[in-house]
Design a protein around this ligand. Structure first.
Ligand code: CP
Length: 505
């Protein structure tokens, strides 16, 4: 099968790549490695110079050492240029410029591709949706870090007779808060007969969301009691640092360090093990989840991983940037970038066709099935006082809130604000005394998801992953909760969703 990655976005290792593409990239990366070993790096020095000149933009909203320098080095060794920012200070993000407009500015500055890292899950899918140039995900919130997973698989590939099937992998450290583990497990799920063993305290354990996806795709996952149980029964042991910056201060750092103590990798723990040790780095110097002498054992692959990342990134840029098309700005905003598919339509009952049950308004919006006790916050958030004609919280003996807005229209931002205060509101649009539209507004529940950032205006979108509803942007599973929605209405909604994350036109 011919593989063409020209102009491809690399956002999710699960959705954008498959076994064939990953193996293809490993072969290309190995060629880059061979050139280096043979002292022939210079052969590719003019790949992206002269009439093939290419320029890479880096947009790092979060700190990075490896990923940013890896792409910088890769592009430099291919002869391309690169420029961008690390940290938002000094850019117009401090003036509340959106991701969408910042991406379009990079295009206007004649960059040919973007490598981006952002603290919000799904921000990279959104950047790819609005960009007309290819976008590479260098990490988005707790969601994915696909190029780290690619370099990890490439490292295993060259140490494992060029095979990624039948692997026995151990995982340790903080499996809950990082994106590296998520992408690694998803990457492994493209291969056959993979067994993952892990050991960690509950707070740092492998999240159910990752477990569920990987098991459904054929990965065997086993939780063990101790690091020794794992490390003595695997070929590769992948350790990770505590991701304090993503824990939101729920537990103190010293408590986390305490939870990790039993799981640190020490010379004693690896004494009987033949496992090759991996880590995405950085190691947390204070916690020292890997004791430093372990870095100087023959088991470790840490620095090899880092260098393999250069070969892999060179291969990736070489493939993605081989497209010569000159791109111009789109002259219109595609509908798909403007609207979500998150409106679960509800049947309009006969009596409501005449007027909505409580009080009558000619034109406006009625918000129904709001959570009890949320009315004042919603009024205040939407600055609605002068328009709202009715608000109540005990309706026909039922504890729920309802809000009628006379002659008013609500924007997409308003709906989002309402759904963030009171999930799954029923929205009734009233025109000339009749209910014209009635729908439940669904919003991803992941607090870290980009769709919940009001100023970014990302339209909430879901897809149907074999019957499971998932957020297009952060991948989190969505369970429809509203008791008012019938099974039939739910089924119609789920069937209406796209079956996978596809490029928006
Ligand atoms: N492994 C990794 O992503 O490192 P950086 O955060 O330094 O890029």
């Amino acid at each position: 099968m011919e593989i063409n990655l020209a102009n491809t976005d690399i956002i999710s290792i699960l959705n954008d790549l498959d076994k064939e593409k990953i193996l293809y990239l490993c072969e290309r990366a190995e060629e880059m490695r061979d050139l280096e070993k043979d002292g022939k790096r210079w052969l590719l020095n003019n790949t992206f110079t002269g009439e093939n000149q290419k320029v890479l933009a880096y947009m790092f909203y979060e700190p990075s050492t490896r990923t940013r320098f890896r792409f910088d080095t890769a592009m430099r060794e291919l002869g391309g240029k690169r420029d961008g920012f690390t940290g938002t200070e000094g850019t117009s993000m401090t003036k509340k410029e959106t991701i969408r407009d910042t991406v379009k500015m990079m295009e206007a500055n004649h960059f040919d591709a973007i490598v981006m890292r952002h603290p919000k899950a799904g921000a990279l899918q959104w950047a790819a949706d609005v960009a007309d140039i290819p976008v590479i995900n260098a990490g988005d919130g707790k969601n994915e870090h696909p190029t780290q997973a690619l370099l990890d698989l490439f490292t295993i590939y060259i140490n494992n007779n060029k095979s990624l099937d039948g692997l026995r992998i151990g995982l340790g450290g903080d499996l809950s808060h990082g994106r590296t583990i998520r992408s690694l497990v998803f990457a492994l799920s493209h291969f056959d007969d993979v067994t993952i063993r892990w050991a960690a305290e509950d707070y740092l354990g492998l999240p159910e969301g990752i477990h569920e996806v990987a098991e459904r795709r054929g990965v065997k996952i086993i939780r063990e009691r101790s690091v020794e149980d794992v490390i003595n029964d695997c070929e590769y042991y992948y350790m990770t640092r505590p991701q304090f910056e993503k824990m939101g201060g729920e537990i103190s750092e010293s408590e986390i360090a305490g939870l990790l103590k039993r799981y640190r990798i020490t010379l004693e723990k690896i004494r009987k093990s033949k496992a090759r040790l991996m880590h995405p780095l950085p190691v947390n110097g204070e916690v020292a989840e890997i004791e430093f002498p372990v870095f100087f054992t023959k088991n470790q692959l840490f620095y090899q991983q880092a260098e393999n990342g250069i070969f892999l990134s060179k291969a990736l840029l070489f493939e993605i940037l081989s497209d010569e098309t000159y791109r111009i700005f789109r002259d219109r905003l595609p509908e798909s970038l403007l609207v979500g598919n998150n409106r679960l339509e509800r049947a309009i009952k006969n009596r409501e066709k005449e007027s909505l049950a409580i009080d009558v308004i000619q034109n406006g919006v009625v918000l129904d099935h709001l959570s009890y006790g949320t009315l004042d916050r919603i009024r205040s958030e939407l600055a609605l006082n002068e328009y709202s004609v009715f608000g109540g919280e005990i309706i026909n003996d039922e504890k729920k809130a309802i809000l009628k807005i006379k002659e008013g229209e609500l924007s997409e931002r308003d709906y989002k604000k309402i759904a963030m205060i009171s999930p799954e509101p029923t929205i009734n649009i009233i025109r000339e005394n009749k209910v014209k539209e009635k729908f439940v507004y669904l919003l991803c529940e992941n607090e870290n998801c980009i769709t919940r950032e009001i100023m970014e205006d990302v339209p909430p979108k879901f897809y149907n992953d074999d019957g499971v509803v998932r957020c297009r942007y952060c991948g989190q599973r969505y369970n429809i909760k509203s008791r008012k929605v019938s099974d039939e209405e739910k089924e119609i909604f789920v069937k209406s969703l796209p079956e996978k994350v596809e490029k928006l036109s």
